[in-house]
Design a protein around this ligand. Structure first.
Ligand SMILES: [Zn+2]
Length: 372
């Protein structure tokens, strides 16, 4: 009987000054990740490590790296693995085989911030503006490289960066396609590792990179970017900071509504119905539009009119229903909601409440009758 291989092998090199190529060999086959930028890249092996470790935890139990890693990164990987294995039972701890060298901490003074053009990234870019020198936009994360909106999104982030007086770094990577093909769930796990990969590859320009928080403290589910995780991907030359975990999304929206640059270029939509930059009809667009309406924000990239019928028709998760209730309260308090719109919001929340209480009742009924 042959024993199943548990070995993952990884190597990385600069195939040109602007491109890192990461070769990954797993028990299920080999693949390559290519990341390129309009700035020079560095530290190929260190930048490959965040991509390789979750793969080794998923598909094998042993990672052989063709290259050395520094002691800061080696120590951080212990914490990364502890956190990920405590969250996800399908991941196991991987032994990382690579020479470890000690190096004095010597980071570039530049400070980057991941910048998709959304609420979280605009909030970080605007409120940490004194520290930030570079904004980093990645094609291949939420927008696939072939997505028809890439050109528009690039134009908008270029204008935003120019208006904010920051250097924009544009990165292209095929990491998400690899992630999807190899069963590495992007949101809950791999996108944070991919951000660490990009941050480390840019370490000649930015020694610190801010990762705008998606959640607020006390409500952070296991997620690829997380306050317990991001800083653990650090190397001697690259630090990641999870930013603004203490600020709830409505407060972020109220803050960015005060800045014309954000109101000129905001991008929140991922459904992009009919090829729209922001469709104005999906839950995320409508949630943002309602929160902006409550604080008097006027955004060029979102439709001005909020369609009550579209709001009433929303099928909300319990978290989205909570956000809708907050918007109802904020719009009522500020007198910015028409009776028709408020009634539509109430209808969406009521439907969600009825749906979820039915689900819970069914679950309780089934569980009570299980024979174990
Ligand atoms: Zn939308």
């Amino acid at each position: 009987m042959t024993r199943r291989s548990t070995l993952v092998r990884g190597s990385a090199r600069l195939s040109d000054p602007n491109t890192v190529a990461v070769e990954v060999g797993t028990p299920r086959g080999a693949f390559t990740v290519t990341t390129t930028a309009d700035a020079t890249l560095a530290s190929p092996t260190a930048s490959a490590v965040p991509l390789l470790v979750p793969v080794a935890m998923r598909h094998g139990r042993s990672l052989h790296l063709d290259g050395e890693i520094d002691d800061t990164q080696a120590e951080g990987l212990e914490h990364v693995q502890s956190t990920l294995t405590s969250w996800y039972s399908h991941l196991g701890r991987a032994v990382v085989h690579a020479p470890v060298f000690e190096v004095p901490v010597d980071r570039s003074a530049g400070v980057g911030c991941f910048f998709s053009g959304g609420v979280d990234s605009f909030h970080s870019a605007l409120t940490r503006s004194e520290r930030i020198t570079h904004l980093i936009f990645v094609v291949g994360f939420d927008l696939a490289p072939e997505h028809p909106l890439v050109k528009t999104a690039l134009t908008e982030v270029r204008r935003a960066a120019e208006s904010l007086g920051k250097t924009l770094v544009v990165v292209h990577t095929d990491v998400r396609a690899m992630s999807d093909r190899h069963g590495m769930s992007w949101g809950p796990l791999y996108h944070g590792a991919a951000m660490a990969h990009v941050a480390i590859a840019l370490s000649d320009h930015v020694g610190t990179v801010l990762v705008p928080s998606s959640f607020v403290r006390g409500q952070t589910p296991p997620w690829g970017t997380h306050p317990d995780l991001d800083h653990r991907w650090a190397t001697a030359t690259s630090v990641l900071e999870h930013d603004a975990i203490e600020v709830p999304r409505p407060a972020k929206i109220a803050r960015i509504a005060q800045y014309p640059t954000a109101m000129e270029h905001l991008r929140v939509c991922w459904q992009n119905r009919d090829g729209a930059y922001n469709c104005g009809r999906c839950e995320k667009c409508l949630r943002t539009m309602l929160a902006l309406r409550a604080v008097g924000g006027q955004c060029r990239t979102l439709p001005e009119r909020i369609d009550p019928a579209a709001v009433a028709a929303l099928k909300l998760t319990s978290g989205q229903a909570r956000a809708m209730r907050r918007n109802i309260a904020a719009m009522t308090a500020s007198g910015t909601g028409t009776p028709e719109l408020l009634a539509a919001m109430e209808r969406a929340v009521d439907r969600s409440d009825r749906y979820w209480s039915r689900v819970f009742r069914t679950h309780a009924w089934v569980t009570a009758r299980l024979p174990f």
